[in-house]
Design a protein around this ligand. Structure first.
Ligand code: URA
Length: 284
């Protein structure tokens, strides 16, 4: 398959994913529109794309690199190292650069079949430079283990790579702003395009909002229902922090954990991972 056809397929998958996620418009630069209007190589014209096009500049999304995604490991590792270096040097959000201790790129296997995407680093992650290492991270690690997986075998990343800055004197975590999520999303897209996981788990409403450029994910309604990002199935579920907060209400906490586990069983089924009776029975 030519690079042109691969790019076209990737673009179509991307648009389908956005449409499935509720988007009805895409931002396309005049240059891209001109290129689309030009004849395709070997006389093939690109398929018309259903979504209406609103020309503005510039296109925030980086080019898809399908060749690197299917490349041998050495090439993939090099592309990943280059991306990592770019992300670690990012200064696009001055308010986050001013307060961050680390840029939290992500951790795990470059060839992972399963990828977990959270919202943003918290204080522990900012200090240690690794996603999901605090209390929520410990719960996520338990979930991964219960699925018969390890942190090393999956890939874990956030939509936003820097800790959201807090107003002076305020404790806790601030929800990432839509503009911060949008600025950082291209990095996550590149990570996904390189890793090419077979399934993505989106942890919490903010991760869904960031991935799909939505203003309100409605995670309670959406969890457990497959979505599509760049042609990759996405399972939205509750964020581990939400489960931890809910633990103080015994019944609610258990009910939420059961729902998350049901979502993970769907993920395991999709990946054709073995599921024991014991695993099926958790929370029953
Ligand atoms: N919450 C997240 O969404 N990501 C982390 O890395 C830690 C907590």
């Amino acid at each position: 398959m030519s690079a042109y056809v691969q790019l076209l397929d990737a673009a179509i998958r991307d648009l389908e994913g956005r449409k499935a996620g509720g988007e009805r418009f895409v931002v396309v630069s005049p240059d891209a529109l001109n290129a689309l209007a030009a004849p395709a190589p070997r006389g093939r014209r690109p398929d018309p794309v259903a979504a209406p096009i609103r020309p503005v500049t510039p296109l925030a999304v980086p080019p898809v690199r399908p060749s690197a995604a299917r490349a041998p490991t050495a090439e993939k590792s090099a592309a990943f190292a280059e991306l990592r270096a770019r992300v670690l040097a990012c200064v696009k959000c001055p308010q986050l650069v001013a307060t961050r201790q680390s840029v939290v790129f992500g951790v795990g296997d470059l060839n992972a079949q399963l990828m977990f995407v959270g919202e943003a680093p918290g204080a522990d992650e900012d200090r240690l430079g690794e996603p999901f290492v605090g209390a929520a991270g410990q719960l996520l690690t338990k979930i991964i283990t219960a699925m018969g997986q390890t942190r090393e075998a999956v890939f874990i990343a956030n939509v936003l790579k820097c800790r959201p800055n807090q107003p002076p004197g305020e404790l806790g975590n601030r929800k990432p702003r839509p503009d911060e999520l949008a600025t950082c999303l291209p990095y996550l897209r590149e990570q996904i395009q390189l890793i090419q996981p077979r399934v993505i788990v989106a942890l919490g409403g903010t991760a869904v909002e960031g991935l799909f450029s939505m203003s309100e994910a409605g995670i309670t309604r959406r969890r457990g229902h497959w979505m599509d990002f760049l042609g990759i199935p996405v399972m939205p579920t509750f964020h581990p922090s939400y489960l931890l907060h809910a633990e103080t209400h015994a019944d609610k906490g258990l009910a939420l954990k059961r729902q998350v586990w049901e979502d993970m069983l769907q993920v395991m089924e999709r990946l054709a991972l073995p599921i024991s009776e014991k695993q099926r029975g958790y929370f029953k």
